[in-house]
Write a protein that binds this ligand. Sequence first.
Ligand SMILES: Nc1ncnc2c1ncn2[C@@H]1O[C@H](COP(=O)(O)OP(=O)(O)OP(=O)(O)O)[C@@H](O)[C@H]1O
Ligand SMILES: [Mg+2]
Length: 409
Amino acid sequence: MASEQVVVGLDVGTTKICTLIGEVKGPRQVEVVGVGISPSRGLKKGLVVDMEEAAAAIATSIRKAETFSGYKIIGGFVAVSGGHLDAEIARGSLRLADDRPVSRQDLSQVLDAARLEEFTDGRHVLHVIPKGYVVDGENGVQNPLGMLASSLEVQGLVVTSAVAPIQNLAKCVERAGIQIDGFVAAGLASAHGVLSEAEKQLGVLLMDLGGGTSDLVWYREGEVEYVGALPFGGNYLTNDLAMGLGVPFPGAEEMKVRFACAVPDNVEEDESVDVGSFSGERTRKVSRRFMAEIVEARLLEIFGMVKDVLEANGFDGVLPAGVVLTGGTAQLRGVRELAEQTFHVPVRVGPPDGLIGSVDSIGIPGYATGAGLLKWVLAQSGDVAGSRQMRRQMGWGAKLRGFFRLFLP
Ligand SMILES: Nc1ncnc2c1ncn2[C@@H]1O[C@H](COP(=O)(O)OP(=O)(O)OP(=O)(O)O)[C@@H](O)[C@H]1O
Ligand SMILES: [Mg+2]
């Protein structure tokens, strides 16, 4: 069996864990050959709160992807979310010995300088995204590679996270038996999963509305202006329904998925749902319009916080390509319409796009982060860096068994 370049992405969400294995097939092309999805445990608002539970849930997802694909996973890239993410502009500079062409190593050194310059307060630097270079005092250079220069400066967006949540997540992933090749801000991964180049060039806001977090990435004229996350997601909507209707959380979750709507006006005034069948009581009717009002109120609050955090980071409300929603909560009825009313721009819901292979089970907005991780790795590091040369350890029989297993509980 020939060996392949293989890349692995692990999205440890508050609601579900998704491991994807991809074979690199060409420039920026990856074929999904392994999918492992398992319910998440031991996480709240994107953060590990029970390491044993989280490690066990991660291990289940990894083993499923291994069985599916026949590969034994050695390491992978891991998505990070949570309210501890932040982004700031930083500058770095580098003197080149004499006028000579700028090399890749110079670019990486000047980015390292930006990384070190501003962040000595013990935060973990996830990414330094170059936003423009100054070559020998000349502003506005997009790509100085190969230019003759004696000095090079970069302005970059430095995306950071608190250290403890990253360390806790790392320990859980390692306990689950694999190494970490790198961490990626979950929103950036989702953006790679669903946004087109045209949308990024025009200016777009990606909102990944998950279970415990809402990840944000704002692009203006092709450049990333902000990356962050709020510690609020669809679980808040479920909690509100549970409290408002007096139903246990699991029943409220089912009611939300089956009957909730983010726009009360879209629900007939006299429509009702029998709460009793979700809470084990006798028949008790509640108005579906009332359910929609509960959900709308919380979503408006979350959207309001999104606006606040963006405005604090220079957002001017201009989004020529509108808003793109991903994450499981993007599947809620009416959420697209409510986002349109709030942001006053067109909104689309974005399932992941551009991957080939076993993608049927991951073609919904909740898997944008996992799918985007694979694309992110290739986009950052070219065709093969970030991937490993591997051979399938199990035969196609195992792969087929894994395929059928995926559909079993
Ligand atoms: N059809 C649906 N209607 C409404 N909500 C839905 C639907 N499907 C999924 N959800 C909600 O989406 C959320 C899970 O989204 P997702 O899978 O993106 O979360 P996650 O990645 O595990 O968590 P996070 O990124 O927040 O850590 C849950 O709150 C779930 O109730
Ligand atoms: Mg998520």
